[in-house]
Ligand binder design. Structure first.
Ligand SMILES: Nc1ncnc2c1ncn2[C@@H]1O[C@H](COP(=O)(O)OP(=O)(O)O)[C@@H](O)[C@H]1O
Ligand SMILES: [Mg+2]
Length: 258
């Protein structure tokens, strides 16, 4: 049998302190291409801190991070982006008054020289936007519309298309469905699966157990800054995951020692 390829992300012994507070302690996590990994845990458990370490927004206090085979020490989100890590935060960071294509290409516009003078290549950008949205199976009838006029699910699609345009290989989504209606949630979950099926690694932080069981291949539960459990979806059920999150499960005890 062939050995499975190395995980795209290999986090080992990751710790993060903020002054006297230990937000993460000795966290080992592998994140593989082609799978959706869910991070769960009560408020303050350390999920966002871990994601921010991956995204280059926090420098870890301890541990090592290997991404795509390189040992990395990100100084900024830009460094993480250069290694194929894209993070889609709840607030999405889109410009409401700009069009879909303008948002997707913001800061990375395509230009074409006309008599030696660079002009924005709007036709090429529109064509690329259609390809990206098509890949995501996202239906945005009017890509000339300002992003402010789109639904929550459509905005998620724009934010993800922006990440794909920058060649993201790991896409991190922090609470992507928290503000969405049921039908829109369904679309974003489908989109999440498509990203994994296209060979990207996907991390989703979510409080919604039903959503997690629908999309995630693997689940990791944090408690008080520690990773206390890792389960394949097929090996667990919502009751067990809830017990791990709330601390009722015996495996949660390790986090409750001083
Ligand atoms: N920038 C920061 N400065 C100080 N403490 C922080 C900072 N960010 C997070 N924390 C603390 O770290 C712990 C973990 O927080 P967080 O990762 O946001 O948890 P979660 O996303 O699981 O709710 C919490 O106690 C939180 O108050
Ligand atoms: Mg959080």
């Amino acid at each position: 049998m062939q050995a499975p390829p190395d995980a795209f992300v290999q986090a080992r012994g990751i710790g993060k302190r903020f002054g006297a507070l230990t937000a993460l302690r000795d966290v080992d996590i592998d994140i593989r291409a082609g799978e959706v990994l869910a991070l769960l845990g009560d408020n303050g458990a350390g999920k966002t801190t871990f994601v921010k370490v991956l995204a280059g927004a926090h420098v870890p206090s301890d541990g090592t991070l290997r991404i795509g085979g390189d040992t990395v020490r990100f100084a900024s989100p830009r460094d993480a982006a250069d290694h194929g890590v894209a993070t889609i935060y709840q607030e999405l960071a889109l410009s409401e008054n700009l069009k879909v294509a303008e948002n997707i290409f913001l800061g990375h516009e395509l230009v074409r020289p006309v008599l030696g003078v660079p002009f924005l290549d709007r036709a090429a950008m529109r064509a690329r936007v259609r390809v990206l949205l098509g890949e995501l199976d996202a239906h945005i009838p009017d890509i000339e519309a300002p992003v402010g006029s789109l639904s929550g699910g459509q905005r998620q699609a724009v934010a993800i298309a922006r990440a794909l345009n920058l060649d993201a290989r790991l896409i991190i989504m922090d609470e992507p469905t928290a503000a969405l209606a049921v039908a829109e949630t369904r679309k974003v979950l489908n989109l999440t699966r498509r990203l994994a099926e296209s060979g990207r690694a996907v991390v989703i932080v979510s409080h919604n157990i039903a959503d997690v069981f629908e999309v995630a291949d693997r689940m990791i539960v944090f408690r008080r800054g520690r990773k206390i459990a890792e389960r394949k979806r097929a090996e667990t059920d919502p009751d067990e995951i809830v017990a791990l999150i709330t601390g009722a499960h015996p495996d949660a005890r390790v986090a409750d020692q001083p």
